[in-house]
Design a binder for this molecule. Structure first.
Ligand code: MN
Length: 419
């Protein structure tokens, strides 16, 4: 076991009850404060441990990491060191933050209050792939747009279906998004029209960030996959449903998806999530051997979506869980590389919308309002079928077991009117 996961560990840094950032978590992010440059930090309670400052004090000697790895605008260089050094780095950081550590008297040099820091997009994302791996979501969409008796397409239980997304428009939490414009075809018999999207939607997803993979032509097996995954984030994969409906045949998603996707700023390591592994669903029909796996590779992560109208209180519109995935990350990565496709440090692979089996657990407005036929009643008395201008969509997530909480913070995005 990673000693950083030891549930008996307590920190000399104050960690409030219900904080996502316990000493058992230690997620990595990129922050800045005042006139200082961007650099690598680790969240602990309401504070950020400044790894650049820690390294300058000589506290990370023989770790394999150097000042340039931490005085960096992204986590990519640090991630380039590979899984085992990154795992040991988190263990060393845990030791430094452990109750009784003699660096507690350096707190004013190495800790920054999160309220005084700005968080930045943590990764220079090379490639972004989006899957479609929640059975309930695929079933709901199939019911709405095709046939409830044949809701899943014939390939769905054989292939973790996915498509290549757009890396350039993945943005940090807090970055507002203007309502996209595009072609729509509101009626079958009239020609298409151009204008602001009328059916703007979120997709509740989680993303995982890869480490440097194998050379082009080689594959990563399900058994090897964990060695190539650094960590996870919350991910809101914004979608323009009316644009999507008109454009997606025959090549799939394009402008309905690539205007923005929002990610949470802290990357929670796969190591920190190990204690929260759970069994996945029985996969029937049996998958092909390259997609088969041993052990528990699903993860119990509570997920929540809230909509906050301008100047009003938020309404919780969804409570879901990452364990509801049909295909797990190991299968997704094995499938992605089975043809020899190469992955690199800083690639982003997203889950697809995560919907649970019950109403109240659906991960998009498309499903919550059932294509706009069932408006959602908000706390402030208004209704939502889709997302309105000046709404802020907030996603939160955490794992919790035996009193230990490992969370992601949030990804929050405000929608502005069309430019
Ligand atoms: Mn998506």
């Amino acid at each position: 076991m990673n000693r950083a996961n030891d549930p008996s560990r307590k920190s000399w840094v104050f960690v409030p009850n219900n904080s996502d950032f316990s000493i058992q978590n230690l997620p990595f992010g990129i922050f800045s404060e005042g006139l200082g440059g961007k650099r690598v930090g680790v969240a602990i309670g309401n504070q950020i441990l400044d790894l650049s400052a820690v390294e300058k004090l000589g506290l990370l000697k023989n770790s394999g990491f150097h000042q340039s790895d931490f005085a960096a605008a992204t986590l990519n260089q640090m991630m380039g060191k590979g899984k085992s050094l990154l795992c040991e780095l988190r263990n060393k950081i845990s030791d430094l933050l452990l109750e009784g550590s003699d660096i507690a008297n350096k707190a004013d040099i190495i800790l920054i209050d999160q309220r005084n820091a700005s968080m930045h997009l943590p990764i220079k994302i090379g490639d972004y792939t989006d899957f479609y791996s929640s059975e309930q979501h695929a079933y709901n969409v199939g019911c709405m747009f095709r046939d409830p008796n044949n809701a899943l397409l014939p390939n769905w239980k054989h292939i973790p279906v996915g498509y290549h997304g757009r890396a350039s428009s993945v943005i940090n939490s807090g970055t507002p998004v203007h309502r996209p414009k595009g072609q729509q075809k509101p009626t079958d018999n009239d020609p298409p029209v151009f204008g602001p999207c009328k059916l703007l939607d979120f997709e509740l997803e989680m993303g995982f960030i890869t480490l440097e993979g194998k050379p082009l032509g080689d594959s990563i097996s399900t058994a090897e996959a964990n060695e190539y995954i650094f960590g996870m984030c919350l991910f809101n994969d914004w979608s323009a449903r009316d644009i999507q409906k008109w454009e997606y045949i025959p090549l799939g998603p394009f402008l309905a998806k690539n205007f923005a996707s929002s990610m949470s700023p802290w990357i929670v390591t796969l190591d920190a999530l190990e204690p929260f592994r759970v069994p996945g669903p029985v996969q029937d029909p049996k998958v092909l051997p390259y997609l088969d796996y041993d052990g528990d590779h699903h993860i119990d992560i509570n997920l929540q979506v809230a909509i906050q109208p301008e100047g009003s209180t938020e309404s919780i519109v969804c409570n879901s869980n990452y364990k509801h995935m049909y295909w797990n990350m190991q299968q997704q990565l094995a499938h992605h590389t089975v043809n020899g496709c190469d992955i690199h440090a800083g690639d982003l692979l997203a889950s697809g919308t995560i919907s649970g089996p019950e109403e109240g657990q659906f991960g998009s407005m498309l499903e919550i309002s059932w294509k706009g036929t069932k408006p959602f009643a908000m706390q402030d008395g208004s209704e939502r079928k889709f997302i309105q201008d000046l709404d802020t969509v907030i996603m939160r997530g955490h794992a919790e077991k035996d009193g230990i909480r490992v969370g992601f913070g949030e990804v929050s995005t405000k929608i502005l009117p069309t430019k």
